[in-house]
Design a protein around this ligand. Structure first.
Ligand SMILES: [Zn+2]
Length: 269
């Protein structure tokens, strides 16, 4: 599925803190953001964290043995640099069902993230759906920023708890099937630690509600290819939970519920 390999050659693998090229400023910004959150979490090795670039269709993941957090290219984008045409769209916007519109955003990503081999043709159905999900996240750009911070804090929490290698992160719904069952508790611990560190739960709840809405949509949408059709009805319940969530991962509903219940101290800015 990961047919996009040379997506960002200067950044592949480990980033040493001084990346070169047009994405350098973006990498540095995310790197500084990660370090700031890790320090706030009181993670002892916060200064030694590194970031690495993962493939286009990947999701952020943490490797505690190497102290690296891997992020996909779309994670580098700040909503302020994305044209307004692609932002503020409600989940039911006809544009999100319009393949030419989605293609135009894929070409925009190609140009602006230097993803030379990213084209609409290079993406499988579910990779393309990740692009659609990203556009849905941009409905409220300020809350999307909070959701992104939540995801980063969640990954840092995996390092903090020394959870080992998150081979498949919980944001990658297809890959979840292969994750070990102990990650169910790890995910919950990381979610809660993230919310407590940031003193903020709006981002996490927004994220999981967007996931739910999109999975529900996928469950009900007829897919063109037979295998995708089988996968989408198999993976997502009509409520929008990932079907396998109950065995290996907390479901989106569970995650929204326990995040909502976290008691936060009074927030000082
Ligand atoms: Zn995780």
């Amino acid at each position: 599925m990961d047919n996009i390999k040379n997506y960002m050659l200067p950044y592949q693998g480990k980033i040493d803190g001084t990346p070169k090229g047009s994405n350098a400023a973006r990498c540095t910004r995310v790197y500084e953001q990660i370090k700031k959150i890790a320090e706030k979490m009181r993670y002892p090795k916060w200064e030694e964290i590194r970031i690495g670039m993962d493939t286009f269709s990947s999701s952020p993941s943490a490797h505690s043995s190497t102290n690296i957090i891997y992020i996909p290219p779309m994670f580098l984008l700040d909503p302020s640099e994305i044209p307004s045409t692609f932002k503020g769209l409600p989940d039911n916007s006809p544009l999100l069902q319009n393949s030419q519109f989605i293609d135009s955003f894929i070409y925009w990503l190609n140009l602006n993230l230097d993803l030379s081999d990213l084209t609409p043709e290079s993406l499988g159905t579910f990779q393309r759906e990740q692009v659609v999900l990203f556009l849905k996240m941009l409905e409220k750009p300020d809350i999307y920023e909070k959701a992104k911070e939540f995801v980063l804090a969640h990954e840092i929490a995996h390092l903090y708890f020394n959870h080992g290698e998150e081979k498949v992160s919980s944001w990658n719904v297809i890959g979840q099937l292969r994750q070990a069952s102990r990650w169910r508790n790890y995910e919950k611990d990381a979610d809660i630690r993230a919310v407590e560190t940031l003193c903020e739960k709006e981002g996490g709840i927004y994220l999981f509600k967007k996931f739910q809405e999109h999975f529900k949509h996928l469950h009900h949408t007829p897919q063109e290819k037979v295998v995708d059709k089988v996968l989408s009805s198999m993976l997502f319940t009509s409520k929008g939970d990932v079907r396998f969530g109950n065995s290996d991962h907390p479901s989106e509903s569970e995650r929204i519920e326990y995040i909502s219940k976290v008691k936060l101290p009074f927030k000082l800015n």
